[in-house]
Design a protein around this ligand. Structure first.
Ligand code: DX5
Ligand code: ZN
Length: 222
């Protein structure tokens, strides 16, 4: 049986000067997780936040923190983000030559393990570590910025991963990130995704509760 839809607003699109208020509002509006985008200016062209901000975010919300590390050598920061309160730590496969070891390092901290795939990275890259994962994140834009267009050609990759997860009877969340809105969420859900990151579609909307409700509706009836 498919699990309930998880909506994870990304604070990348929030007002960073009013973060506590933004977190409270989105929590009240029915968000399931808070997605935390960490960028280093190397792996991706943009720079965002580090463990200290993640720690503050964790103080101001009761929701699980879904931490997305878009940084080189993520193994240097896994403990710091876990200590900051990350529920899930996601590392990009493109940054992890020793992916199995990096996942073990995440597991060791008690956080949920997640591998992230760039649009150009094939599903086969996670196949050898499927049994070590709590979550797979399929990027549906090239990481670095919010507000980009959903890449439709990622849908077959989502279908493949859903098939592998179900065939193996694994309890792995399949998340998508980038360009998710009421128009695109249905196609990602039909392909097999069950967790959805949404930045602009939530924090860019006048009413967060309406936006989240719209995403939930879109996910069940594409
Ligand atoms: C992109 C980030 C996303 C981003 C999504 O690099 O990983 O989480 O915030 O933003 P939207 O939903 O606006 O595409
Ligand atoms: Zn993200």
């Amino acid at each position: 049986m498919r699990k309930p839809t998880i909506i994870a607003p990304s604070i990348l699109a929030a007002d960073f000067c009013r973060l506590a208020d933004e977190l409270a509002q989105v929590e009240k509006a029915g968000a399931d997780w808070i997605h935390v985008d960490v960028m280093d200016g190397h792996f991706v062209p943009n720079i965002t936040i580090g463990p200290d901000v993640a720690k503050s975010v964790n103080r101001y919300t009761d929701l699980p923190l879904d931490v997305h590390l878009m940084i080189e050598q993520p193994e240097r920061y896994i403990e710091a983000f876990a200590e900051a309160g990350a529920t899930t730590v996601g590392v990009h496969v493109e940054t992890c030559p020793h992916l199995h070891r990096t996942l073990a390092q995440i597991r060791e901290t008690g956080a949920r393990t997640c591998v992230v795939l760039n649009p150009s990275s094939p599903a086969t890259l996670v196949e050898p570590v499927l049994g070590d994962l709590d979550q797979i994140l399929v990027m549906t834009v090239n990481p670095g910025f919010g507000g980009q267009k959903f890449i439709e050609s990622m849908l077959p990759k989502i279908e493949t991963l859903r098939q592998w997860i179900d065939d193996a009877g694994l309890d792995v969340t399949l998340e998508v990130d980038g360009g998710i809105g009421p128009e695109t969420i249905g196609r990602a859900a039909s392909a097999g995704a069950d967790a959805f990151v949404a930045g602009t579609a939530v924090f860019g909307a006048p009413d967060y509760a309406e936006a989240i409700e719209g995403l939930r509706r879109g996910a069940v009836s594409p």
